[in-house]
Write a protein that binds this ligand. Structure first.
Ligand SMILES: Cc1cc2nc3c(=O)[nH]c(=O)nc-3n(C[C@H](O)[C@H](O)[C@H](O)COP(=O)(O)OP(=O)(O)OC[C@H]3O[C@@H](n4cnc5c(N)ncnc54)[C@H](O)[C@@H]3O)c2cc1C
Length: 445
């Protein structure tokens, strides 16, 4: 898969006009090594590879550049949810009320390392403003609109790529420890109801049958049947990439120092100083995207919400569906490859080392919430959610007509990757559309 010498040369490819979610992909373009591609994608996470798959389906010549590999960073270890019912932007009144309690616990659902606070402050102020009613409603409408398309796009991509067997359609169960916690969740469920999202509040025997072995501390729950998970996000990412490769997409192992625009295309400069031309270029570099955008003159308030988890052996517990403990900021997901316990948010930037005491704290809670859980033999992990203050990604064209952004999907990158790919494929084929306005970088200028 790794190549060292292909040039990414400007060419025009076939447009993607009118290709619906289930449209048959075009035949793979027969390319010889060194012949040149027309599209370069920086970033081989789930966003970059879905974009690569959609563009390869449209007959475009695509090369993905990544310093690590395909789905080896944040997209490898996430909680595996297709969270199609998760339309609420993070900054909202209910969440703001929880902040003081959460921040008081250094290993709780949300932490800000004190030394990082001065750097974070401008982002926090924007986040706070995003929670104001007017802004919240606009973000909610944009996120719900995108979510409406997200499911159809993923189902289409799963079918076309032959990965549907990796889908698990057993919903999620959110759990509450008190009547007060349950009542506090109701406005959020009401907001989801407006967008046709199905759910059912449960208790007693029904709740126990949805997840046997729960600790009695949980008094109520909410089942969201439309919530789906995948067998393993890293395996799914690699399988989608294998599909893109079959359609002619290529991978190059390289760290990109900067991206540049030119009169008839774009260029990327590799860490070894090599310069490659590309007809069109897409920055999908997750939590590191703003570093590349800066070189193009765009200052984008991209932060990272670092998240932690522990993946236990499959035998650790018989988890029936994804269990969500919102009050504690973590979830438990049954995967084909293990039982994953994790979540939490640490607003600590991209440089400081991980603090795995956070994974351990969540695992200890999981043991109390599922008393039969065997906490031994786990593998700890940290990932960098690429997060913008209004919880919406950046999807759009830059000032340069040949450079595009697709990053900042925060907690929902897996869920929104196929629809992002559809939007980018359309943008490249048809130019900017009104529907993309909420995701434009102009909102930060
Ligand atoms: C604990 C946790 C749980 C989560 N759970 C879910 C979930 O259940 N459902 C969901 O939808 N989302 C979830 N997410 C969010 C989701 O994982 C992310 O939004 C998504 O993985 C982001 O994908 P990406 O492709 O943008 O970034 P990444 O996966 O980080 O990929 C970016 C790639 O760019 C490469 N790169 C960066 N800079 C350069 C450079 N200069 N040169 C070369 N390569 C570069 C990196 O090596 C990396 O491979 C979770 C996240 C965390 C941390």
């Amino acid at each position: 898969m790794t190549r060292g010498s292909a040039s990414v040369q400007g060419r025009t490819g076939s447009p993607d006009k009118g290709q619906g979610p289930s449209a048959a992909p075009r035949a793979p373009s027969s390319r010889k090594r060194g012949e040149g591609e027309d599209i370069a994608i920086v970033g081989g996470g789930i966003i970059g590879i879905c974009v690569a798959a959609y563009l390869a389906e449209a007959g475009r010549r695509v090369t993905v550049f990544d310093r690590t590999g395909i789905c080896e960073e944040t997209s490898s270890g996430n909680a595996a949810a297709f969270a199609f019912s998760d339309v609420l932007p993070l900054a909202h009144k209910g969440m703001m009320k929880q902040l003081p309690k959460w921040l008081a616990d250094p290993l709780g659902p949300l932490t800000i390392p004190p030394a990082y606070l001065p750097r974070l402050l401008p982002w926090l102020i924007r986040f706070w403003r995003a929670g104001a009613a007017r802004h919240f409603e606009a973000s909610l409408a944009a996120q719900a609109g995108m979510m409406k398309l997200a499911e159809a796009e993923w189902m289409g991509l799963l079918d076309r790529s032959g990965t549907r067997p990796m889908l698990r359609e057993n919903g999620s169960l959110e759990l509450y420890e008190s009547e007060a916690e349950f009542r506090a969740s109701l406005p959020g469920w009401k907001a989801r109801e407006r967008f046709g999202i199905a759910f059912r509040h449960v208790e007693g025997e029904e709740m126990a049958s949805l997840q046997p072995g729960l600790a009695p501390r949980f008094v109520k729950g909410t089942l969201a049947p439309g919530w789906k998970t995948v067998a393993d996000p890293k395996l799914l990412g690699k399988a989608v990439w294998a599909y893109a490769e079959r359609l002619g997409a290529r991978f190059e192992h390289a760290r990109i120092d900067r991206v540049e625009s030119g009169p008839d295309g774009a260029a990327i400069v590799l860490a070894d100083g090599t310069r490659r031309k590309a007809g069109q270029l897409i920055v999908a570099a997750g939590a590191w995207s703003h570093l590349l955008a800066r070189g193009l003159g765009d200052r984008i308030p991209l932060e990272t919400e670092r998240g932690y988890n522990t993946t236990l052996p499959v035998s650790a517990f018989d988890v029936k569906r994804q269990l969500i403990f919102s009050g504690h900021g973590f979830v438990i997901t049954p995967l084909e490859t293990g039982v994953r316990v994790g979540g939490a948010v640490e607003l600590g930037g991209i440089e400081r080392p991980p603090n795995f005491a956070r994974s351990k704290a969540m695992l200890e809670k999981a043991r109390r919430f599922l008393p039969g859980l065997d906490p031994s033999g786990g593998r700890e992990w940290m990932g960098y959610r690429p997060s913008l203050p209004d919880s919406l990604p950046v999807i759009g064209r830059t000032r340069s007509p040949n450079i595009f952004y697709a990053f900042g999907h925060g907690h929902l990158g897996l869920t929104l990757s196929a629809v992002t790919a559809r939007l980018i494929a359309r943008l490249l084929a048809e130019g900017p559309a009104e529907a993309l306005r909420p995701f434009d970088i102009q909102r930060f200028q």
